[in-house]
Design a protein around this ligand. Structure first.
Ligand code: HEM
Length: 458
């Protein structure tokens, strides 16, 4: 039996674009409350089916994933990322994913985590040397350190001292991509508008860095055990050919961008939450002290000998819970969308071929049906055994099904390590707590950079 999908009323031509652009989280939350399971809205002239229930999300992302490909919204990302892992589809994507996957195996992550430990120690050490009587823009600092980490671990490249302007370029690309996504009017890329000029300049800066990684490695002829080596030396089984320079660029830019910005934003939220919850912070420190000893080894000396072994970070379950809970409240990938390749049926509802299905981890993570008192920061929600109380797809900061984030274990490890170094090295207070709100761009960022007042501990 087919049931008609409820349609949320909108304006002629513009549909629901304006209300979504004005306040996406507020609008989505309202739609969820009003319709409960599914609703059709229209954004940018396209029909979008929002599905709110974990079982339906599981159906789209996992059970019938072959019917759902990247939606037209991904064109905005494609413009910058090209045909990389995040934006490609079908057999091509499958082949590329198979190629990249070994770089993210668990044993591999343990090796990369040694670099994460060194970089985290160096990071807190650098922070200690700042003038701590002034507030520190921790959002920016995290963007830099996560960028070093992704470059060192996956491209074996040191970008220290060469980041001037790069974060700003990425921010520009994020803001402009978001604007294009929500605007009902599409301006051709070739027009020399101020936004197109800013976009091209920012993109050229990121490309410059990535091509430098590729060319330096090619010229050196060096073989290293990293992702860049794997991508550069991959050979197509059928044609016997390697990746084109453009393809290499697309994969590297994708990993570089997806591999640091989300982690940096999540860490900034995490520090914000901890500053507001001293009880959680105290428990975290107690756990870290029990595992690492209570001399705050916050990186006074970044020498390897004095650094904790990677295994220690795997024996801190509470730190992992805290990270998971921060990703619940503020999932960087707050909405994801897919296009139906063929007509489909979600429960009794028909989804026509070519229309878009939208899934929002933010809404799923704030649904009181699965998360009592959903706005409260409570890492015990992730204590052992507690997940049996909720459906699997009630929590998906890293997506689900075959398109699950390839870097999820990398990111969780990195966040635990950065977090542990930071809380052991510093006491911290928020400078601008009252004005902080989530701002949903392509990723869910704080509306202002998080500023903290640091004082060195121990
Ligand atoms: C807290 C950090 C992170 C979060 C919240 C996050 C979230 C996500 C989500 C939700 C997706 C799926 C998007 C979709 O299905 O539409 C995704 C895909 C992806 N992520 Fe992450 N990510 C994080 C860190 C990383 C890291 C560290 C890397 C690489 C080093 C990475 C690389 C990728 C790639 C390449 C994809 C595309 C995978 C595919 O479709 O095969 N991410 N990420």
């Amino acid at each position: 039996m087919e049931t008609l999908v409820p349609v949320h009323p909108g304006l002629p031509l513009l549909g629901n674009s304006l209300s979504v652009a004005r306040d996406p989280l507020g609008m989505f939350t309202k739609l969820h409350r009003q319709y409960g399971r599914i609703v059709r809205i229209s954004i940018g002239g396209r029909n979008q089916y929002m599905v709110f229930q974990p079982e339906d999300v599981k159906y789209v992302l996992q059970e019938n994933n072959r019917n759902y490909v990247r939606s037209p919204a991904f064109m905005v990302l494609k413009r910058f990322l090209g045909e990389g892992l995040l934006t490609s589809d079908g057999d091509f994507w499958r082949k590329q994913r198979r190629l990249a996957q070994p770089a993210f195996h668990r044993q591999k992550i343990s090796l990369l985590a040694e670099t994460m430990v060194q970089e985290s120690a160096a990071w807190v050490n650098e922070l200690r040397h700042l003038n701590l009587s002034r507030p520190v823009n921790i959002s920016q600092s995290l963007m830099d350190v996560t960028m070093y980490i992704v470059c060192k671990t996956l491209f074996s490249t040191n970008v220290e001292g060469r980041l001037t302007g790069l974060s700003h370029s990425l921010e520009t690309l994020n803001v402009l991509a978001n604007r294009t996504l929500l605007s009902p009017i599409k301006i051709p890329r070739s027009w020399p508008t101020p936004n197109n000029i800013r976009y091209n300049r920012s993109r050229a800066q990121v490309d410059g860095l990535i091509y430098e990684f590729i060319h330096t490695r090619k010229q050196s002829g060096e073989r290293l055990d990293d992702l860049l080596d794997m991508l550069m030396n991959a050979v197509d089984e059928e044609t016997g050919e390697g990746m084109s320079e453009q393809q290499l660029r697309d994969e590297c830019v994708t990993i570089f961008t997806a591999g640091h910005e989300t982690t940096a934003v999540s860490m900034a939220w995490l520090i914000y939450l901890l500053a507001l919850h001293p009880d959680v912070l105290a428990r975290l420190r107690a756990e870290a002290d029990a595992v690492l000893g209570n001399v705050p080894n916050g990186g006074k000396s970044p020498g390897l000998d004095s650094l904790p072994p990677v295994a220690a970070f795997r024996s801190m379950p509470y730190a992992l819970q805290v990270v998971q809970e921060a990703l619940r409240l503020y999932p960087p990938a707050w909405a994801m969308s897919r296009m139906a390749l063929n007509d489909d049926q979600i429960g009794p509802y028909r989804i026509p071929k070519g229309d878009t299905v939208v899934v929002s981890p933010y809404l799923l993570h704030h649904d009181p049906a699965n998360w009592p008192d959903p706005d409260r920061f409570d890492p015990d929600r992730f204590a052992e055994g507690r997940d049996k109380d909720r459906p699997a797809y009630a929590y998906l900061p890293f997506g689900g099904g075959p398109r699950l984030c390839i870097g999820n274990q990398f990111a969780l490890m990195e966040m635990q390590i950065l977090l542990t170094f930071f809380i052991r090295a510093f006491d911290f207070d928020l400078v601008n707590a009252a004005s902080i709100r989530p701002k949903p761009l392509i990723t869910l960022r704080p509306n202002h950079p998080i500023q903290v007042k640091l004082s060195a501990r121990g």
